[in-house]
Design a protein around this ligand. Structure first.
Ligand SMILES: *Cc1c(COP(=O)(O)O)cnc(C)c1O
Length: 457
């Protein structure tokens, strides 16, 4: 087989500003060993997130110029609505400025004290919006999903037995919704099978519980179904997407992921009555029902992006590029999550740096080392992000200490990815020299964004 090439040419470029290791050591110190506090121009390859960082196509930029900015009834809204309807089959489409705005509207209406929302894994903003309403979120990820080193085809699946058991325990009347995240972002970008979606749907119908899909990476998930699930090899991605959404009652979406847009999102559903309530809230917080916090040009770019993301040449390149980096690292002995997910490569920092105790944040130590070595920015998903304290202020660590390298869509070429692999492997060779970190300043919630740290002496 020949090399899978990037299915695009480059028409417009952005410079990368080079600096030296000496510069970066100084920058890290000034940023208190927290790469969220580093200026983006000081980063050579930015793998902090795949959200809102996609490169738009020439068609999308052309669409931006054609965006219609009418307050009500914009033709750009019609294009947006049509694109979403064609993919999801949901008759009602409500635009929002981001995914979390769709979540905020939905959970303000359905949440509240004594309610439980069940998921494979809730994304952090989803969980935050559920908890903010007074309700509780429950993650019931399948067993395979909990072991990073063990490969399985659909590690994003929900545990169906646990779902049935939890519904019995909590009472169907106290569960306003089951939400399946495709692909499972917080669980390593791992896909959910069509079979699993079908079973969730059947359990929900039996118990009269609405079933929604968190659809941020629907196209990546559908492509994994095509590659890995029996009976889907000859189906097109739009056909698979149609089937996937047909089992659900609605979805939330961040267009900053699988729509190649820099901003945007939506809510889509069947239920007219719920939609009316959502629109009433939308008008208070986001805007009128035909723009919902977005400019007409954004709606146009999303409508075009939603179609482009389902092209198989693109998805083949996308999934292959994540797998390529995973394979390179794995071959050099670097402990990475297996198999490769849809949007990011995850390094197991506990295995990478066994000499650094979790109280000294091995994931953050690795994030800093990757920046210092090659200007690669990544993010810790471990005890700095999710750790809590007990009554004696002793750290209750997270389940895993991971470092995520999220790959922006259509932004970096194979040589950038080769460079990233070289940087990681260089750090791996001198891993014994790496030191842990301690926190010197932190916020009470979501501390990883602003925490200040210092190397342990
Ligand atoms: C990004 C994301 C969201 C939230 O979307 P925003 O546009 O960032 O508000 C929700 N769910 C998942 C799975 C996500 O990845």
């Amino acid at each position: 087989m020949k090399t899978i090439i990037e299915p695009f040419r480059i028409k417009s470029v952005e410079p990368i500003y080079f600096n030296t290791k000496e510069d970066r050591l100084h920058i890290l110190e000034k940023a208190f060993y927290n790469p969220f506090l580093i200026h983006a121009n000081d980063v050579l390859v930015d793998l902090l997130t795949d959200s809102g960082t996609s490169a738009m196509s020439s068609s999308q930029w052309a669409g931006i110029m054609q965006g219609d900015e009418s307050y009500a009834g914009s033709p750009s809204f019609s294009n947006f609505e049509k694109a979403v309807k064609e993919i999801t089959g949901f008759p009602i489409v409500i635009p929002t400025h981001q995914g979390r705005a769709a979540e905020k509207i939905l959970f303000s209406l359905l949440g509240g004290k004594g309610k439980y929302f069940i998921s494979n894994t809730l994304f952090d903003t989803t969980r935050a919006n559920i908890e903010f309403s007074g309700a509780e979120g429950i993650d019931l990820l399948c067993e395979e999903g909990k072991h990073p080193a063990t490969p399985a085809p659909f590690k994003g699946n929900i545990n169906i037995e646990a779902l049935k058991k939890t519904i019995n325990e909590k009472g169907a009347e106290n569960i306003p919704m089951v939400i399946i995240t495709v692909t499972n972002n917080s669980g390593g970008g791992q896909p959910v099978s069509m079979q699993n979606i079908k079973e969730v749907s059947s359990v929900c119908r039996k118990n009269k519980i609405p079933f929604f899909i968190d659809a941020c990476r629907f196209a990546e998930n559908c492509y994994f179904i095509k590659l890995r699930e029996k009976g889907f090899a000859s189906k097109s991605v739009p056909e698979i997407a149609n089937e996937l959404f047909s089992y659900a009652d609605g979805c939330t979406m961040s267009a900053k992921k699988d729509a190649f847009a820099n901003i945007g999102g939506f809510l889509a559903m069947h239920n007219q009555q719920l939609a009316q309530q959502c629109r009433n809230l939308l008008i208070i917080t986001e805007g009128f029902t035909t723009y919902g916090g977005l400019a007409g040009r954004d709606l146009e770019a999303i409508a075009i992006g939603l179609k482009e993301v389902m092209e198989e040449q693109y998805l083949q390149y996308r999934i292959r590029s994540i797998e390529y980096l995973t394979e390179k690292l794995s071959a050099a002995g670097v402990p990475v999550m297996q198999p490769a997910g849809g949007h990011a490569v995850y390094i197991d920092a506990k295995e990478f740096l066994p000499h650094i105790p979790v109280e000294q944040y091995p994931g953050q130590a690795l994030v800093c080392a990757l920046y210092a070595e090659g200007g690669v920015r990544s993010v810790e998903i471990g005890s700095l992000m999710f750790g809590k304290y007990d009554a004696d202020r002793k750290l209750i660590p997270a389940q895993m200490e991971l470092v995520r390298l999220a790959i922006p869509r259509r932004v970096y070429t194979q040589s950038h990815i080769d460079y990233v692999a070289e940087v990681i492997i260089d750090v791996f060779k001198k891993r014994n020299e790496l030191k842990g970190l301690m926190i010197t300043e932190e916020a009470p919630v979501l501390r990883h964004f602003t925490a200040q740290l210092n190397p342990v002496k």
